[in-house]
Design a protein around this ligand. Structure first.
Ligand SMILES: Cc1cc2nc3c(=O)[nH]c(=O)nc-3n(C[C@H](O)[C@H](O)[C@H](O)COP(=O)(O)OP(=O)(O)OC[C@H]3O[C@@H](n4cnc5c(N)ncnc54)[C@H](O)[C@@H]3O)c2cc1C
Ligand code: SF4
Ligand code: SF4
Ligand code: SF4
Length: 399
């Protein structure tokens, strides 16, 4: 019986060999990539769902992005507490799509960046390849009031829905009962975008909303997600070019917006933190993390608490993560030292067009952002720290 770690090592080696052979071909989207995974699975005598559960979830690396759950054509997986569970084992048709879609099984793949971005992304200054970077914010006071930073994400989505750039968007939302526990949501109306505005610092598997979009036959979809989800989306779009089912994600996802992300916390950990700082979680309506934890309460009060005691409740899977700035999104956004504006990194022509149209139609206002600005310096530093962070190799070995 091979251990999960052995399997992961071998899969990673096989993947590297295939990537190497692909570099020597004119068409990187070759069918051989898919064949490579098929051979890898044969070698370990495992089906795709077993590699997902043993090799990725079992080694603690699963980010919870839900790409595998979303892509599985026979609905093998349930999504339980941030992870896929192969509940319906006998449904598996061994199509290998789940392993194709899993970012954690493509650790040595540098091609995905080239497949995701285009020649507009000529700059690389330490926060992923990009074309241009701005500060932006909504021109609408209600959006500004309800959003996390400058309301750029919500404004872009509202513009895109109103102007028929998209028919729906995959986001995260909460309920009034559990305002700190987000869940994925497929929205069709601009008002629903607004009700999803703001950031929740526990995990929401937004890609699950893509499954609903597929089933409902949505033609043009926008996707918002943290970096691990954007990477899952990119593998859904680019790793399985020969499979009609996966082709859907390439054809119907019109744009992606990635949120900068240093970490998320477990829900139970967040509750413990509130207990430690003497705040009743039921009184909390919003959290903003800006080097410290800014907590807005139902009664209108705002309290500021230190961030350090919250770190111990970081979701373990986030310790493996190297992507801070959503390097593969069409547009990446964050709010580092920006005081009500959103840092907006345009990475593709699709992102540039969306952003410029929203600005020209009056949804957004912009400010130039120099590379010498504090926000950019901080962004570069946080990207570097995350890339250089020493990840645990294997849970149980060095955690
Ligand atoms: C978990 C998390 C960690 C983050 N970490 C950082 C950071 O370290 N540094 C930084 O500069 N910025 C970080 N951000 C991004 C920042 O909080 C803002 O989302 C960003 O600046 C855009 O602001 P906005 O006002 O334009 O977005 P808004 O208009 O408020 O829209 C935000 C969008 O994010 C979606 N969303 C909210 N919570 C989640 C979630 N948990 N998972 C997926 N989607 C969600 C909402 O559905 C909404 O559409 C983080 C965001 C999240 C969700
Ligand atoms: S049917 Fe395909 S995608 Fe679903 S679990 Fe099996 S191999 Fe993975
Ligand atoms: S695709 Fe995402 S959710 Fe599925 S195993 Fe890989 S990291 Fe986890
Ligand atoms: S730190 Fe990485 S793995 Fe964790 S939620 Fe953010 S992007 Fe995903």
């Amino acid at each position: 019986m091979r251990s999960s770690w052995e399997i992961l090592q071998k899969l990673s080696r096989i993947e590297r060999q295939y990537i190497h052979s692909l570099r020597n071909q004119s068409d990187p989207a070759s069918i051989q990539y898919y064949t490579g995974w098929h051979h890898a699975l044969e070698w370990v005598s495992k089906r795709g769902d077993q590699v997902i559960v043993d090799g990725v979830v079992g080694t603690g690396r699963c980010s919870g992005c839900a790409a595998c759950v979303t892509v599985c054509p026979t609905n093998v997986f349930d999504y339980v507490e941030d992870h896929p569970v192969n509940t319906r084992l006998n449904h598996c048709i061994e199509c290998d799509l789940c392993v194709e879609a899993c970012p954690e099984l493509h650790l040595s793949d540098e091609e995905i960046g080239f497949k995701s971005l285009d020649s507009y992304a000529v700059n690389d200054n330490g926060f992923g390849r990009y074309g241009e970077v701005f500060l932006s914010r909504s021109t609408n006071n209600e959006i500004l009031r309800r959003s996390q930073d400058g309301g750029t994400v919500s404004s872009l989505l509202i513009y895109a829905l109103k102007e028929n750039v998209i028919d729906a968007a995959a986001l995260s939302t909460t309920t009034p009962e559990l305002p700190l526990k987000p869940m994925p949501k497929l929205v069709f109306e601009p008002d629903d975008v607004l009700s999803c505005a703001g950031s929740r610092y526990t995990y929401a598997p937004n890609l699950l909303a893509l499954k609903e979009a597929f089933e409902k036959g949505v033609d043009k979809l926008g996707v918002v997600g943290v970096p691990c989800q954007i990477n899952g989306l990119r593998y859904l779009q680019h790793s399985v070019p020969d499979i009609r089912y996966a082709e859907w994600f390439k054809q119907h996802v019109v744009f992606s917006i990635g949120l900068f992300c240093s970490e998320v916390f477990t829900y139970s950990g967040l509750m413990k933190y509130f207990n430690e700082i003497g705040v009743n979680p039921e009184d909390v309506v919003k959290i903003n993390i800006k080097g410290k934890v800014i907590i807005s309460l139902k009664n209108g009060d705002e309290i500021v608490k230190p961030l350090k005691p919250l770190h111990k409740y970081e979701r373990p899977a986030c310790r493996f993560c190297k992507d801070y700035a959503a390097d593969n999104a069409d547009i990446s956004v964050g709010g580092l030292a920006t005081h009500g504006w959103t840092i907006t990194v345009l990475r593709t022509r699709v992102g540039k067009t969306l952003f410029e149209d929203a600005v020209s139609k009056g949804y957004l206002e912009i400010k130039e952002l120099s590379l010498e600005d504090n926000s950019i310096k901080l962004l570069k530093k946080l990207c570097q720290q995350k890339k250089e962070r020493i990840s645990p190799l294997f849970f149980g070995e060095n955690l």
